[in-house]
Structure formats: structure tokens, C-alpha cells
Design a protein around this ligand. Structure first.
Ligand code: PLP
Length: 388
């Protein structure tokens, strides 16, 4: 199909993606460039508002000035700077793992590390709702790709019994699902991985910085740090910066730096980004209550929705409102936009067919007044009234 017809079809289905430039000054606020309209952002993963934290900015700036704008090369060439090792040591310590390895982004981490872990004679078991970067990593690996129903441990057990095979087997899940805001049953996953002699890789992209006594994530909260083989996460969400990591036993890190192609063949993260990530980790270490504060705010929002009879299911700061039809979700997002809220309608193929939704993310940028007002406007919109 030619691209024009393809685009027209997508437009007709209400699933055409487009870019929308915004202004987001550190001083506060989010602005629609076209209308200069101030918006409250309910779409960002900057959960702890660390992207604007003075310490994060200051460390990023200092590293930029001391070390320059770029790393100049891949880590295995001359791009391997001591500051990369500092961040790896910090993140390994934060995650209570022996060692860690940085990647350019979470997408690059998953598409690099999964094919390094499993190959042609192996099998990978992946939750049906896993992020696209995991799906792409599984596909790239050439391993047998087996998907189990979302969080359905009976289904996984049956598939393991049937398809485990004799090669290496990997189970891969997210600890907190990005589009649904629900959690993986980590203790059951550990039990199954032990019973069937599999590796377990947990993507903590949306949990890091928020859950667990030190903010390390849901693996920490579930008390299964030693049982999970590899934990990955990104600096681009609660940690307010950019880039990603995998943390595991030293032997896995040595192996991955020899085998993960997205690590080997890509320029090392730039100094300012490393500085910002180190700054963010220091803020989280010094303020272990930030995650709880965020979850309390998310709870306040869900209570406000419940008071308006708006039903949502969420065990976290990610609050999806299921709409179903893409066009309706888009129209609702546009109306919310007019009322001063930035929220994206998440549509297929990002989510399964007929499950288009508005995905609200609560962050520490929000005040109780923002959260209450959004719940009020949603109620007015859902009952067919125009918000004033
Ligand atoms: C679960 C999950 N894993 C990985 C990624 C990719 O991370 P990054 O944005 O750093 O590429 C994302 C989000 O984008 C995600 O939601």
C-alpha cells in the first residue's frame, strides 16, 4: 500500500499519530505553542518532577561544563568515561545488584539485552501487555516467542510445561504496566521461573524511584531482589533524565557488554545526561518518601474520580480511563485540552483493539487543586455538559 493511502486509512480509523510541539519552561507550566494556552500535563512520566529539580539541573550543567557536550564514541571505543562507571556503580547499589550497564535508552536496552540473552535455540515467555521495546527485543532475538495472557500465571505455567524446551528460557515482564497501571505478580513469577529453570528479566521503567523502601522499585517492595536475574529501567521517567540501565550479577554485565549490539554499536550517553541522572539518584536517596508522596496524590485523584462515579482500575500513579473507541477517546482528549489539560488518547496498536483510553499520569508537578479540577471536568464531559 502506498503511504498516502495508508495515512488516509489511519486518519479514517482515528489512529493516525501526529506530533504536537509544546513549550515546557523550567519555571513551570506547559504551553501549547499554537494557542499559547497553559496546560496541566497529565501525560508525562516525570513522576517525581525531577526533570526540573535544581540539583538535577545543577549536576547536569556541571558535567556539561567539565566534560563537554558529547562522549565522542561508543563505550568500547574511547567513549568510556569514569562518569559512566560512577553512574553504573550508583545504580547497581540503588538496585542492590552486583553491577549495572548503561544503555542509550530503555528501548535500546530491551532491544539489545533480550537478543543477547536468548537466541535461535531458546524460548522467551513474554506478558501480552509488555511494552513495544520488549516485543521488538523478543522478535529480534530469533528465539521462540511465546506470549502469555496478561498477568495470568496459570496460563504461563501451562505454556512453560508445554513449550519450555531444552535451551535457555527467559521470562520477561514489566513490574508496573505502562498503559494499565497494574502490577506483575512477582512472587509467583519467581516461583515459576525457579520451577522451570528460566531466567527472569523485569522491566522497572515505571516503578523505579516510586515503590519500595528506598524507591528501588516493585522488585524491592516484593522482596525478590535476589531471585530476579536481571532488572532493567530507564532514567527518562521518574528519574527525570534520559538513558537506561540493566542491573544484575557481574557475570551477566560482562556478558552483555560483549553481546548486546545496542550497547556495543552506539555512542555513549553524554556527560550532562549522566550528571542529571546522578543528581536524580542523589535526590531519591536523600528523600525516600517521594514515592509515597506521589502515590498519596494518585490516591487523592482516584478518590475524586470515585466520588464522581468515574470508575478506574489502577494500583499506581498511572490511571487509565478506558474509553474503547479511538475516535471517542480522541474527542475526549481534545475537549480536555480545551479545558486546560494535556492528556493523550492512547489507541491501538499501542493498546489492544477496542481498548483506546485516556492515560492519566499523576506527578509531583500536580497540586490537589489540579487533580480535583480534572476530576470535575471529566465528570462534566462524561455527563455531556461542557465545562465552563
Ligand atoms: C515498560 C517500558 N520499557 C521501556 C521503555 C522505553 O524506555 P525509554 O523511553 O527510555 O526508551 C518504556 C517507555 O518508553 C516503557 O514504558
Amino acid at each position: 500500500m502506498d503511504p498516502l493511502t495508508w495515512l488516509a486509512q489511519r486518519r479514517a480509523q482515528g489512529t493516525l499519530r501526529r506530533l504536537r510541539p509544546l513549550e515546557r519552561p523550567v519555571a513551570g507550566g506547559l504551553y501549547d505553542v499554537a494557542g499559547r494556552q497553559p496546560l496541566v500535563d497529565f501525560s508525562s512520566n516525570d513522576y517525581l518532577a525531577l526533570s526540573c529539580h535544581p540539583r538535577v539541573i545543577a549536576t547536569g550543567r556541571r558535567f556539561l561544563e567539565e566534560y563537554g557536550a558529547g562522549s565522542g564514541a561508543a563505550r568500547l571505543m574511547s567513549g568510556d568515561l569514569t562518569l559512566h562507571h560512577r553512574l553504573e556503580e550508583e545504580i547497581a547499589c540503588f538496585k542492590a545488584q552486583e553491577a549495572a550497564l548503561l544503555f542509550g535508552s530503555g528501548y535500546m536496552a530491551n532491544t539489545g539485552l533480550i537478543p543477547a540473552l536468548v537466541g535461535r535455540h531458546d524460548v522467551v515467555f513474554s506478558d501480552r501487555l509488555n511494552h513495544a521495546s520488549i516485543v521488538d527485543g523478543c522478535r529480534l532475538s530469533a528465539a521462540r516467542f511465546v506470549r502469555f495472557r496478561h498477568n495470568d500465571m496459570d496460563h504461563l505455567a501451562a505454556l512453560l510445561a508445554d513449550k519450555r524446551g531444552k535451551g535457555r528460557a527467559l521470562i520477561v515482564v514489566e513490574s508496573l504496566y505502562s498503559m494499565d497501571g497494574d502490577r506483575a505478580p512477582l512472587p509467583e513469577l519467581v516461583r515459576l521461573k525457579e520451577e522451570h529453570d528460566c531466567l527472569l528479566l523485569v522491566d522497572e521503567a515505571h516503578a523505579t524511584g516510586i515503590f519500595g523502601a528506598t524507591g528501588a522499585g516493585l522488585v524491592e517492595e516484593a522482596g525478590v531482589t535476589r531471585q530476579v536475574d536481571l532488572v532493567m529501567g530507564t532514567f527518562g521517567k521518574a528519574l527525570g533524565s534520559y538513558g537506561a540501565y540493566v542491573a544484575a550479577d557481574q557475570v551477566w554485565i560482562d556478558y552483555l557488554l560483549n553481546r548486546a549490539r545496542s550497547f556495543i554499536y552506539s555512542t555513549a550517553l553524554p556527560p550532562a545526561v549522566i550528571g542529571a541522572s546522578l543528581g536524580a539518584l542523589a535526590v531519591v536517596r536523600n528523600n525516600p518518601g517521594l514515592g509515597q508522596e506521589l502515590l498519596a496524590r494518585a490516591h487523592f485523584f482516584k478518590e475524586a474520580l470515585a466520588a464522581h462515579n468515574i470508575g478506574v482500575e489502577s494500583a499506581s500513579q498511572i490511571v487509565p480511563l478506558l474509553i474503547g473507541d479511538s475516535a471517542t477517546a480522541l474527542a475526549l482528549a481534545a475537549r480536555l485540552n480545551e479545558a486546560g489539560f494535556f492528556v493523550t488518547a492512547v489507541r491501538p496498536p499501542t493498546v489492544p483493539a477496542n481498548t483506546a483510553r485516556l492515560r492519566f499520569t499523576v506527578t509531583l508537578h500536580h497540586s490537589d487543586a489540579d487533580l480535583g479540577r480534572l476530576a470535575d471536568v471529566l465528570q462534566e464531559l462524561q455527563s455531556g455538559h461542557h465545562p465552563s
